[in-house]
Write a protein that binds this ligand. Structure first.
Ligand code: G3P
Ligand code: CA
Length: 239
């Protein structure tokens, strides 16, 4: 990410638009987000699809485990109406469709929600998208993010955690293994954590912050990314 604090739209501009859809990504760009974050899984037919949950039930009303469902079926589902009727017909995107929306000076933060089984298909998408240098990878899975860094050594890769104990135990190893930083639940971020990370050469990103006062606290601590459902509100409040 960049030295100045980046505003990262969480699942797109997901306070207003349906999360993890092309509409949510486009709205985030209109609202001048620096990056869009999204979540990926591998479908039964080895396509990289964008969704937060491993099952489509919450955002489409139809229960389908993604790993057991073909993209042909996934693409028939309506992932927009649950949020607002105006988004009826928004489908579950392929990763490449989301990447295609990224403007030239912006980034896409790709959270690998499943395991390393997605990496071969992900590599194909990344290598053919024409925007490889605008992609950033994040994952809670330790082995998953290390494998992503090995596969994409020139792309920034951040390990996700919401456990202060876990972060304290693994921060040095994250640096040794060549990760670019840690991406933490904002509730566990304090000055000690940021200082230690910086000493190790690690950036600190944060999620998910919709409160302007909390965003200001984190910026003062020195985080380099604020992940928010409301990029418009956070942008205005920190200007
Ligand atoms: O950006 C990281 C954040 O998205 C992790 O939590 O559950 O929203 O994927 P979750
Ligand atoms: Ca996520």
């Amino acid at each position: 990410m960049q030295a100045q604090t980046s505003i990262i739209a969480h699942r797109g501009s997901s306070f207003t638009a349906p999360e993890n859809t092309v509409a949510a990504a486009k709205l985030a760009w209109e609202q001048n987000a620096d990056a869009v974050e999204l979540d990926i899984y591998l479908s039964k037919d080895n396509r990289v699809v964008v969704m937060h949950d491993s099952n489509t039930k919450r955002t489409t009303g139809q229960s389908n485990p993604i790993s057991e469902t073909s993209s042909e079926v996934l693409r028939t589902l309506d992932a927009g109406s649950w949020k607002n009727d105006q988004y009826k017909g928004e489908n579950i995107p392929f990763l490449e469709e989301m990447i295609a929306t990224v403007p030239s000076n912006k980034k896409m933060v790709i959270e690998i929600k499943c395991g390393i089984e997605v990496l071969p298909a992900l590599q194909q998408v990344v290598n053919s998208c024409g925007k490889k240098d605008q992609l950033v990878f994040i994952a809670f899975g330790w082995e998953t993010i290390l494998a992503a860094k090995q596969l994409f050594p020139s792309n920034a890769c951040y390990w996700l955690s919401s456990s202060a104990t876990e972060v304290s135990a693994k921060m040095s190893e994250a640096a040794q293994k060549g990760l670019d930083g840690i991406n933490l639940n904002y509730k566990i971020i304090d000055q000690e954590t940021v200082t230690k990370a910086k000493e190790l050469g690690l950036e600190v990103l944060s999620w998910t912050i919709d409160d302007p006062e909390e965003a200001k606290r984190l910026i003062q601590l020195g985080v380099t990314g604020i992940t928010t459902n409301r990029p418009d509100l956070i942008r205005q409040s920190i200007q």
